[in-house]
Design a protein around this ligand. Sequence first.
Ligand code: GDP
Length: 443
Amino acid sequence: MAFEGLSERLQSVMRKLRGKGKVTEADLKEAMREVRLALLEADVNFKVVKSFIDRVKERAIGQEVLKSLTPGQQVIKVVNEELTALMGGEQSKLVQSANPPTKIMMVGLQGAGKTTTSGKLVRYLQKQNRRALLVAADVYRPAAIRQLEILGADLNTPVFSLGDKEDPVVIAQRGVAKAKEENLDYVIIDTAGRLHVDQEMMDELKRIREQVEPDEILLVVDAMTGQDAVNVAETFHSELGLTGVVLTKLDGDTRGGAALSVKAVTQCPIKFVGLGEKTDALEPFYPDRMASRILGMGDVLTLIEKAQAAVDAEKAKELERKMRTLSFTFDDFLDQLQQVRKMGPLEDMLAMLPGAGQIKGLKNLQVDEKQLSRVEAIIRSMTPQEKENPEIINASRRKRIANGSGTTVQDVNRLLKQFNDMKKMMKQFSQMSKGGKRKKRGF
Ligand code: GDP
């Protein structure tokens, strides 16, 4: 998980402060020393660290924080606000041109994740009912065009290519014209990267920029390269004038230095973060939510959004009816399980809960996805009658289900018991709500 070390250390400093009824200037100094070390260890740019600490100190002392009734809490509030400001304050949204198609030019070094991110953006836009054209303007990396075509096919999205012999500037121009012709909302131009920043690449990118006049120039950088990513961003920004940064591979970046320094060093906002290889592993970047996550205050908003995206509103209504009328079956249970799994790995979701860092053992908890698969297998091995009326599942049926699902009779028993308990709970709820209604009606 991203920011693991930093998060743990900052939370431990904050816990110490929170526990104090009175915070002295010496306590604050000591806490800031630890925060400073934690940030440096997370590979945050040292100038950024210095000005961050100075600001927090100044505010903590200046605002009479130390004399307030809850000094510890106040310091945490200041740290949270300053972390948010450091990462850009407000969320910086993807531009949408009044004159479609909105033109997005993707730039970055080879291997940063440019092509993958182009596909992820298409997916992100599709979720908002916007259609895009992908343009293959990387004519140097042998497999780049093919990779984009495969992505496009997976995403059911057109890909514009003129092979690898044409000038990338011409490809980009004609791609934009094509998107216009087809009345598409966005055109995403995947340009060529190099292993290192080089002038030839920059010149080509500038020529594309001049001809295409993109609405967005997004730099894709690999978070795992830490301060190198920040330096790359600085160079690209001064040469091209970026509109935003996409930080990829944050899933593998345990330190988080790039995420915390990019905005402060380059003044260029992070617009998205990549959290995996799949096309839906892209999240808009919210500095405030990220700060809360780092400080262990949770990110309930993202959690809710994920739930809303995964849960089908019609199904939810139907489920509520079934719960009320106690006609909830194992089929519904399976449905629920699948909806929850659509939200992403359970570990990531747990990490978004407030105080997750303090729950003992959570860090080492590998949420057992296998256990969920086992539950699915058990339910799938039931006959339709058994799913409707689990009461008929006697000893021999249990044995058959266990064999059929590659599990044990104990596993089957456990699931049946859980299901029974859940039903009992629903019964209580439904009786409670009936009671409530009666009262309202004056019974
Ligand atoms: P490009 O040369 O910049 O176009 O890079 P690619 O899009 O081909 O990506 C290089 C590698 O990084 C591929 O193996 C991707 O699957 C992987 N990758 C891209 N983004 C992410 C991410 O957010 N997380 C992880 N774990 N891998 C990523």
